[in-house]
Design a protein around this ligand. Structure first.
Ligand code: AIR
Ligand code: ASP
Length: 284
């Protein structure tokens, strides 16, 4: 393979320079981390499953007119995405109480929320991604009012769409984390797109009938084999055969390689420029 320039290595992914300007290759590693990488493991097949699931969900959202960074899958571990400047704000939407919300407010896990709840976190590992309010975001300039409007609007739509898609597949979307990126157009106009990944690493997903946890909480709290949960999600979404593509800790390469290429068909047609804020210097 030709030498590629590595742009960045994170906990679960590596980013390489893409074939065209403005593109990046996202490589999904088999590494799992939790609690800010205090807990770590390498789990065969996790990268393949997350690449597959995320490509499917991003393409699905694109199809619904929601702007994402996703362009197409390349192979079982890689996908081509647009190059973005990451907004250092994570948006979490919760439908059911779980995780840090239960800890913070003393709620019982599994309690349906009166309505979906949207939260912001400052994306900063050293600070353990603290919960912040909108005014922190404006005060410290992590994003402006127009960007936040776009991010929030997209986040609600994503939660709506994915809750529906999952419900139709016997799955329950408990909560999810979204990241966003900035893209500058030819005339210096700014677009906000959904970025990073959407997978059982970034969502809590329960079996709708049994309540079985099928997401990264399996790894965080030693609830069972992680890949087994991820395979169930992929199977329910119609992406892999019933038995999955990982057997006894190793990938069935032939099955995995045979999975079709996922492509975003509507990419680029529906980006919406964020208007230039009055009196603010424009970045182009
Ligand atoms: N999340 C937040 N930071 C990293 C991730 N993956 C996701 C979790 C969960 C949701 O955001 O996977 O789906 C809320 O997490 P928490 O820990 O705040 O309850
Ligand atoms: N992704 C974060 C970490 O690696 C937090 C988590 O998912 O628990 O620590």
């Amino acid at each position: 393979m030709a030498r590629r320039h590595r742009i960045y290595e994170g906990k679960a992914k590596i980013l390489y320079e893409g074939p065209d300007p403005g593109t990046v290759i996202q490589y999904f590693k088999d590494d799992a981390t939790a609690f800010d990488a205090v807990k770590k493991a390498t789990i065969a097949g996790k990268g393949v499953l997350n690449n597959r699931i995320s490509a499917h969900l991003m393409a699905y959202l694109e199809g619904a007119g929601i702007p994402t960074h996703f362009l197409r899958s390349i192979n079982m571990r890689e996908q081509l995405v647009r190059r973005v400047e990451v907004v250092p704000v994570e948006v979490v939407i919760r439908n059911v109480a779980a995780g840090s919300l239960c800890k913070r407010l003393g709620l019982k896990e599994g309690t349906p929320l009166p309505r979906p709840l949207l939260e912001y976190y400052f994306k900063n590992d050293a600070l353990h991604d603290p919960l912040v309010g909108e005014d922190h975001i404006f005060c410290f300039g992590w994003a402006d009012q127009y960007e936040m409007e776009d991010m929030t609007h997209i986040a609600w739509r994503v939660n709506d769409r994915l809750s529906g898609l999952f419900a139709g597949s016997g799955l329950r979307l408990i909560d999810m984390k979204m990241e966003f990126g900035r893209i500058w157009g030819e005339n210096g106009e700014l677009y906000i797109v959904l970025a990073d990944e959407i997978s059982p690493d970034t969502c809590r997903i329960w079996d709708a009938a049994t309540g079985e946890k099928l997401d990264k909480d399996r790894f965080r709290y030693d609830l069972g084999d992680l890949v087994e949960g991820y395979q169930k999600v992929a199977h329910r979404l119609g992406l892999v055969p019933e038995g999955g593509i990982i057997e006894g800790g190793s990938i069935n390469e032939q099955l995995a390689a045979g999975l079709g290429v996922i492509e975003a068909t509507r990419v680029g047609r529906h980006l919406r420029a964020v208007p230039k804020p009055p009196g603010k210097p424009w970045k182009g």
